[in-house]
Ligand binder design. Structure first.
Ligand code: ACM
Length: 506
């Protein structure tokens, strides 16, 4: 017998047999109907049926399952016990899915490949943790029976990686993409430029990367992406249904550009490159025409290699720019973003320049209100919520965390989980909220181990806030479910913080 069960507020006990239950999913789905009497078993004979646009998702699934099971798992367009189907009548919205597990079949239906991809992330969490191993494991490989119907609360579920303070290679960025999609995030914001480094080639201003990309915090070698490298990241992200949002931080946070080109400076003298971690000391000159030639070249070249709809122009902490210059500068570059076909995103200060229409205002403050926000909503802007004291993955967990900063406070897992993106901001209605982003600044982070330690497990917490229905969000339930993800993260080779708030099953 199937029981209709709401997941909301359920205190879930650790299962007696690992994962033979649908209770441990993160983000928690919209609805779960377990059929405890039934399980599906993967075998050496199992095939994956996926035709047309579903085939790429089928291959992605096979790529996850083959190494650990050692099964061939062919992807076929005619038959297979695991069936991925695009079905315009699925009624699960643009990114949702329906997953039905019986004794004989696993069926995934969605209106799009994106929905199937999200369903695959659920399916992998229903298998034993060892499925994540990249070497052959003994199994058995059972999937609990039942039905899940699921769709996201917010369309925009983002992570940001700061590749400017410390540079991260294409391979490191791909690794992070593979990690964020496990928890159904679908946007990667790349903070490509800052005082310490310019990380993307701009052909018309080659010294930006040749010189301005040649260092990083602490004086290391830095690095940058060629346009080919960037295209490789964008394409890899797209294959995982992730849209890349590139950021060129303007008019502050620009020492790397100012150091590369003397003519961008007010006095015509280039400052030295910068390898410290102070902010707010650099600015482009709002009253020099060369500034606008430079910015237009950058925006044009970046827009050309960015298929996604957004271009992030920064705008934060422009403490070395007068209020008047700031408004003039931002007002002049917003039409340039539009001219090259992109929707502007900016840190919330840029709302001072009154961006119009669907422009995205990314709130990074530490309180639940800012006078710029209701004005932005009134103009029709969309609000992306990234409160620094809730969602900044580079804040320390507590005073003992060896990495990270603490200017916005300590953020333990329960703090990252304990707020509601839809109602957090006073004076901003939920309809104006585009989604949630978890930024990760890299002043103290030098490698993937560092990135993962700060992101996990707070990124899954924020992912649940962005994906799951508010009614299903519950800290006790989340902590219990997260505990079962410890072995899963370990099998995946993801470094993570063993928060004392979580009753880890390890
Ligand atoms: C920021 O943290 N300066 C956006």
């Amino acid at each position: 017998m199937w029981q209709v069960r709401s997941v909301a507020g359920t205190a879930v006990a650790a299962p007696a047999v690992e994962n033979l239950a649908m209770d441990n999913l993160i983000p928690v789905p919209e609805s779960v109907r377990p059929d405890p009497a039934t399980t599906f078993a993967l075998s050496p004979q199992t095939s994956i049926r996926a035709a047309g646009d579903a085939a790429e998702v089928g291959e992605y699934l096979a790529g996850i399952l083959r190494p650990s099971t050692g099964f061939p798992l062919p992807v076929r367009d005619d038959a297979g016990a695991i069936a991925l189907e695009i079905d315009a009548t699925a009624e699960t919205g643009p990114a949702g899915y329906r997953l039905l597990v019986t004794g004989e079949t696993v069926g995934l239906r969605a209106v799009s490949a994106e929905g199937l991809f999200n369903g695959v992330q659920t399916l992998r969490q229903l298998l034993p943790a060892a499925i994540e191993s990249r070497t052959e494991q003994p199994g058995p490989w059972s999937v609990p029976g039942g039905e899940i119907v699921d769709r996201p609360r917010f369309a925009h579920r983002a992570a940001m990686l700061d590749v400017a303070r410390h540079f991260f290679t294409v391979e490191q960025v791909k690794r992070y993409i593979d990690q964020i999609v496990r928890y159904k995030l679908n946007r990667l914001h790349l903070h490509l430029t800052d005082d310490q480094g310019w990380r993307i080639d701009i052909d018309s201003w080659p010294k930006l990367t040749e010189y301005g990309g040649g260092t990083e915090v602490g004086g290391g070698p830095g690095g940058h992406y060629s346009k080919q490298d960037y295209a490789e990241i964008v394409e890899y992200a797209a294959s995982r249904h992730v849209v890349v949002i590139p950021e060129i931080d303007l008019p502050g946070h620009t020492n790397a550009a100012l150091a590369s080109y003397a003519e961008l400076n007010r006095d015509g003298v280039a400052p030295p490159r910068y390898t410290g971690i102070e902010v707010g000391f650099s600015s482009l000159c709002a009253d020099k025409e060369v500034t606008y030639e430079f910015v237009e070249d950058v925006i044009r070249e970046l827009a050309e290699i960015t298929p996604g709809p957004y271009l992030h122009i920064g705008g934060d902490e422009a403490e070395a720019t007068s209020e008047e210059d700031y408004k003039e500068f931002v007002s002049r570059i917003l039409p340039v973003v539009a001219k090259y076909g992109k929707t502007a995103v900016g840190w919330h200060e840029y709302a001072k320049a009154a961006p119009q229409g669907e422009a995205v205002v990314q709130y990074w403050g530490t309180t639940d209100t800012d006078p710029l926000l209701p004005e932005a909503v009134a103009r029709g802007n969309k609000i992306l919520v990234s409160p620094a004291n809730k969602s900044y993955l580079d804040m320390k967990y507590d005073e003992n965390t060896p990495l990270g900063l603490k200017w916005a406070g300590f953020i333990e897992v329960a703090d990252a989980y304990g707020w509601d993106p839809g109602s957090y901001l006073r004076d901003v209605p939920e309809e104006a909220i585009l989604g949630v982003e978890a930024p990760l600044w890299s002043e103290t982070l030098e490698n993937s181990d560092h990135v993962e330690f700060m992101a996990f497990p707070r990124l899954p917490a924020l992912a649940e806030l962005a994906w799951s229905p508010k009614s299903a969000q519950d800290w006790e339930s989340f902590a219990q479910r997260l505990a079962t993800h410890g072995p899963r993260l370990e099998a995946s080779g993801i470094n993570y913080y063993r928060s004392p708030q979580v009753p880890w099953n390890i």
